[in-house]
Design a protein around this ligand. Structure first.
Ligand SMILES: C[S@@+](CC[C@H](N)C(=O)[O-])C[C@H]1O[C@@H](n2cnc3c(N)ncnc32)[C@H](O)[C@@H]1O
Length: 351
C-alpha cells in the first residue's frame, strides 16, 4: 500500500528514518514537507508515528496544469484512480466504525500560482468523487472520510486522511506556554539526539515540557531532567507531564548555572529562545554563551546535544569557544513559517 505524510519542512529525512524503522516501510521519495512510502504494516500502526503531522493513504499523484485546465486534470486523476478503493479500505481499518453510509468531506490546498480558487479545486474533486462513488454523501463537517487534495509545483497529490488532529497536537498539551514547540518537531529533535535506553536526558529550558514528554514517549531512559527560569513554565510542564514518564524531575533554574554534576548527562535537547520577541541582542548572546558553557560541562564525553534556534551564528559562536564539542550537522527547518536550524553537536569522546 502506498502512503504519504506531511512533516515540518526540513525534517523529511528524519521522518523517513522513523517510518522505515517503525513500519519497515520502503521510501518512495519526498518533496518539501511531504514524504512518500510503501508498507504492508496495518494502517493503524501509522497512527503512532511521532514525527509526522498527518498521514494519508495515496489516492492519486500526477501532473496538473497550473492554469484552469488543471482542475479537469485533477478531477480525472481522482475519478480514474486505481488506488482509491484500497485507500478507503486503509482508512476503515485504521479507524473502524459502524456506519450506514459513507460520508466524506474534501480539503483542498494550493501552493504557488493562483489561476483558480481553492474552492474550485474542492468542487472539481467533489464532482470526481460523486461520479466515482454515487452512494457516498458529501458533508461539510464530521465526515467519516476526509479526502485531501494538494496542488503544488504542477502536481496534484490526493489521499484519504488516516490521522486526525491528535497526531499533530497530541493530547497531553493541557497547559500552554508562549513559543511552545510543535510536538512533531520535538520528536524529530529527540530522534536526532540518538536516544538510548540508559540515557540521562536534559532539557535546560523546557517551557511546557514538550521535549521531555516526547523523549518519554520515545523509549526507555534512565532519567528525564528539565527546568525553566520562569515558574509559570515549570508549572505548565508539570501539568502536562502529570504522573507519567517517571523518573522525571522538573525544577526552576537558570540554564547558565545548572545544579547538575560535571559529565552527568548523556543527551541535551533544547529549544532556545529566539525570534523578534526575545529582548536585546546582547542579552541573547550572554544567554547563549552561559547555556553553551553549562552544556559542555554537564554533558558526558561522547554525549550528544541537539539545539533548535534561528540564531545559528550566535549558537555556533557560543559553542565555538569550547573545542570539546563539535557541530556534527545542521538541518534547516521551517517551524510555523519561521526559518530555524536543528544543530546537532557531539562531545568528543576523549574529553
Ligand atoms: C522557546 S521556549 C522553549 C519551549 C519548549 N520547548 C516548549 O515546547 O514549550 C524557551 C524557554 O526558555 C526559557 N528560558 C529563557 N532563559 C532561560 C534561562 N536562563 N534558564 C532557563 N530557562 C530559560 C523561557 O522561559 C522559555 O520557556
Amino acid at each position: 500500500m502506498q502512503f504519504y505524510a506531511f512533516v515540518a519542512p526540513g525534517l523529511e529525512e528524519i521522518a523517513q528514518r522513523e517510518i522505515a524503522a517503525r513500519l519497515g516501510a520502503e521510501r518512495q521519495g519526498q518533496q518539501r514537507g511531504v514524504v512518500f512510502f510503501a508498507t504492508d504494516a496495518p494502517p493503524q500502526a501509522l497512527l503512532s508515528l511521532g514525527t509526522t503531522e498527518d498521514v494519508f493513504a495515496l489516492v492519486a499523484r500526477g501532473p496538473v496544469a497550473a492554469e484552469r485546465a488543471g482542475l479537469a486534470q485533477a478531477g480525472a486523476l481522482v475519478a480514474e484512480s486505481p488506488l482509491f478503493a484500497a485507500a478507503v479500505g486503509a482508512q476503515r481499518r485504521a479507524r473502524p466504525k459502524r456506519i450506514k453510509r459513507i460520508t466524506y468531506r474534501i480539503v483542498a490546498q494550493r501552493r504557488g500560482q493562483k489561476h483558480y480558487a481553492r474552492q474550485e479545486m474542492r468542487r472539481a474533486l467533489q464532482q470526481a468523487i460523486a461520479w466515482r462513488f454515487p452512494r457516498w454523501k458529501y458533508v461539510a463537517e464530521q465526515a467519516l472520510l476526509e479526502v485531501w487534495g494538494l496542488e503544488a509545483a504542477g502536481e496534484l497529490l490526493c489521499g484519504v486522511r488516516l490521522s486526525d488532529q491528535t497526531m499533530r497536537h497530541r493530547t497531553y498539551k493541557v497547559a500552554q506556554v508562549e513559543a511552545s514547540l510543535r510536538p512533531t518537531v520535538a520528536r524529530a529533535l529527540v530522534m536526532l539526539s540518538e536516544p538510548e535506553d540508559g540515557d540521562v536526558f536534559l532539557d535546560p529550558m523546557c517551557g511546557a515540557g514538550t521535549l521531555l514528554i516526547e523523549r518519554g514517549l520515545s523509549g526507555r531512559y534512565a532519567q528525564l531532567l528539565g527546568g525553566d527560569i520562569r515558574s509559570a513554565a515549570v508549572a505548565a510542564a508539570r501539568t502536562n507531564i502529570g504522573p507519567r514518564y517517571k523518573p522525571i524531575a522538573v525544577r526552576q533554574w537558570d540554564a547558565r548555572d545548572l545544579p547538575l554534576g560535571d559529565g552527568s548527562v548523556d543527551r541535551v535537547v533544547c529549544n532556545l529562545p529566539f525570534g523578534k520577541k526575545i529582548g536585546e541582542p546582547q542579552a541573547l548572546r550572554s544567554l547563549y554563551e552561559g547555556f553553551a558553557g553549562e552544556v559542555v560541562r554537564v554533558l558526558r564525553a561522547g554525549g550528544v546535544a541537539v539545539c533548535l534556534t534561528s540564531e545559528r551564528t550566535l549558537l555556533a559562536e557560543a559553542f565555538g569557544a569550547w573545542p570539546a564539542l563539535y557541530m556534527e550537522r545542521v538541518y534547516p527547518v521551517e517551524v510555523l513559517g519561521q526559518r530555524a536550524f536543528c544543530c546537532k553537536l557531539k562531545k568528543r569522546a576523549d574529553r
